[in-house]
Ligand binder design. Structure first.
Ligand code: F6R
Length: 613
């Protein structure tokens, strides 16, 4: 979604800001803008479309010599919520006096009433945004001291925000604040940066301060002063980011998505490193911070998540119920939070989120905490809001995921949930021998994924069968049912082909009416419980002339004989099979989208981290 970059330093602010915005492009946006200070004044440039268009405007309007003298500024990529993606609605927005400039991520919920009140006091608004209202509010509170004005204005605001505010009257400082929208400060040498996402500033510094909700900070080239809204100083530690800018570059691949698909043997290895105790047949999950007794007392589990993470949760649910014998539900996070869920102190709620910032999943975490449940996060982004607020959990360690379509996070999520099932299971009904067998299976996954990736050429050929389709079905049973939904999600989001993931048994309860020779069915027929029944469902599809693509287990001659368009993946255990199936489906979706010429890393309308409800 929206992205923020800010810089206070010696020179070349424009270049730093534009490069930062380029690094945030993956988040999804529809307009961009920046404000920089040079030669005694703040200049604002905004543009609809891509950062490249903004950069062209900046270069056309400001000579290189002026840009080189820019010492500070703020910049933004906007994903439209209030008002269409127009230049007028793009950030930065100015206050009534035109002195104060502000960029904002999040939503000001009471903006309409604030706007009405200010219009009554003679304010004129140029945009339809909630952000401009906030800029005007800061302007009203401004008496020459920017920090005080921001802190005071924010006391009138309801909603979520990450903001950066800037004025020519104090060109050496940017005031930032956060409530429910991530913001971090990069501490450099002779320069300080601000960003909504570390990838924007990682090429300048790996030393960062993660702001917390309620923080307001003054950022200067030589230091940072963090306070709360009552202006009382608060202590925020400087953290070191343990990845560098090579992690946010394509590394020779055509797209980030492809790079991340191919990174999976390594990202999965990082996920399991130090967590598999082969001798004891157990999983070591120190971040859960639970004693064996506390683990044993958990008698209900709820996994909450959205999108791909939801499907990872559904996959994990099979393993947790079967291996640990704990009743487990997986719930769409928005549904969970508004449904008055029944939870108690012996319930554990696990929030699964790559970004750790998804608004609905975060709200579910807060609801679960209010109800007294144990809450844990399964997040990828270190220091993210869900990871911090859950207070306990397991990081994926999959590395930054830049492609909007989630790939390596899904496979790591499934593996982490399997480790959780193992840890919970060993305290209950799983024997040491069974535990050891599972550990061996988990340890083997990265190499097996490598073997799936080696079939990239064969998968690209199968993609040809889908490329002209208007609609497709993905079917599976048991652990492969959520995998089918994930495969369909990947296809629709990057290739724009309408695709539905269905339980194989459910197809004949309605959707089979849609099958014909133009509607392909991708059937997950790996050798796990349910395979034989799905074979029957495939026969039903073939009888309706639907073209079928199968994914099955190596050596399964029966599937290969029935379905000529068949991809064979290595044999593995029931709970690791969905990982292999989904890696194949990721590549299938990728190649279909590539053949259709789609913008794979930035699909239309999509954002990487969904921070609005
Ligand atoms: C799909 C995708 C989304 C996310 C969803 C949740 O490829 O990326 O469906 O999975 O928005 O995001 P996180 O995991 O960050 O909570």
């Amino acid at each position: 979604m929206c992205g923020i970059v800010g810089y206070v330093g010696q020179a070349d602010a424009c270049e730093v800001l534009l490069n930062g915005l380029r690094r945030l492009e993956y988040r999804g946006y529809d307009s961009a803008g920046l404000a920089f200070f040079a030669d005694g004044a703040v200049q604002v440039v905004r543009s609809v479309g891509k950062v490249a268009q903004l950069a062209e405007r900046v270069a056309a309007e400001w000579p290189a010599a002026v840009r080189a003298r820019a010492t500070a500024g703020i910049a933004h990529t906007r994903w439209a919520t209030h008002g269409a993606p127009t230049e007028m609605n793009a950030h930065p927005h100015a206050d009534e006096s035109g002195r104060i400039f502000l960029v904002h991520n999040g939503i000001i919920e009471n903006y309409a009433s604030l706007r009405r009140q200010m219009e009554g006091r003679g304010h004129h608004f140029l945009s339809q945004t909630d952000t401009e209202v906030l800029a005007h509010l800061v302007g009203e509170c401004y008496r020459g001291h920017l920090f005080e004005a921001v802190a005071q204005a924010l006391k009138h605001v309801e909603g979520t925000y990450g903001i950066a505010v800037f004025t020519a009257e104090h060109p050496g400082e940017i005031v930032v604040a956060r409530n429910g929208s991530p913001l971090l400060i990069g501490v450099g040498t002779g320069a300080t940066l601000v960003a909504s996402d570390a990838s924007a500033i990682i090429s300048h510094t790996r030393q960062v301060i993660y702001l917390q909700d309620g923080d307001v900070a003054v950022v200067r080239a030589d230091g940072v002063d963090v306070r709360n809204l009552d202006q009382i100083p608060v202590d925020r530690a400087v953290s070191h980011i343990d990845w560098d800018d090579t992690a946010v570059e394509k590394g020779g691949h055509a797209h980030f998505m492809l790079k991340e698909i191919f990174e999976q043997p390594e990202s999965l290895q990082n996920t399991i490193r130090g967590r598999v105790d082969l001798r004891a047949g157990c999983a070591l999950l120190a971040g859960l911070n639970l004693t064996p007794r506390e683990m044993a007392e958990v008698n209900r589990l709820v996994l909450v998540a959205c999108g791909t993470s939801l499907y990872a949760g559904m996959t994990g649910q099979y393993a947790i119920e079967d291996l640990a014998g704990i009743p487990t539900d997986t719930e769409q996070a928005a549904e969970f939070r508004y449904r008055n869920p029944i939870l108690g102190p012996d319930s554990m709620v696990v929030a699964v989120s790559q970004s750790g910032e998804t608004a609905d999943t975060l709200a579910a975490v807060r609801e679960a905490q209010r109800k007294g449940a144990l809450v844990a996060g399964v997040c990828n982004v270190v220091g993210s809001t869900i990871a911090r607020e859950a207070g306990r959990g397991v990081y994926l360690h999959a590395g930054p995921e830049i492609g909007v379509a989630s790939t390596k996070a899904f496979t790591s999520q499934v593996l982490v949930l399997l480790l959780l099932a193992l840890a919970l299971g060993r305290g209950r009904r799983l024997s040491r021998e069974e535990g050891i067998k599972l550990c061996q299976e988990i340890n083997a996954v990265p190499a097996l994924v490598q073997r799936v990736l080696a079939q990239d050429g064969a998968i690209a050929a199968l993609a040809g069968k889908l490329v002209a389709a208007q609609s497709a079905f993905f079917i599976g049973r048991g652990v492969l049912y959520p995998a089918a939904m994930e495969g369909a999600l990947k296809l629709k989001e990057i290739s724009y082909i309408h695709a539905e993931g269905y339980h194989a048994a459910e197809l004949k309860h309605g959707p089979i009416a849609l099958l014909d020779a133009q509607t392909p069915v991708v059937a997950l027929l790996l050798d796990v419980p349910g395979r034989d029944k799905t074979m029957g469902n495939v026969q039903e599809c073939l009888a309706r002339h639907a073209p079928v693509i199968a994914i099955a287990t190596e050596g399964d001659t029966e599937v290969a004989a029935l379905v000529p368009d068949c991809l064979l993946v290595p044999r593995t255990g029931t709970y690791t099979a969905p990982i292999l199936a989904v890696v194949a489906l990721q590549l299938l979706a990728y190649h279909v989208a590539r053949l259709r010429g789609c913008p794979i890393d930035q699909p239309r309308n999509l954002a990487k981290s969904v921070t609005v409800e």
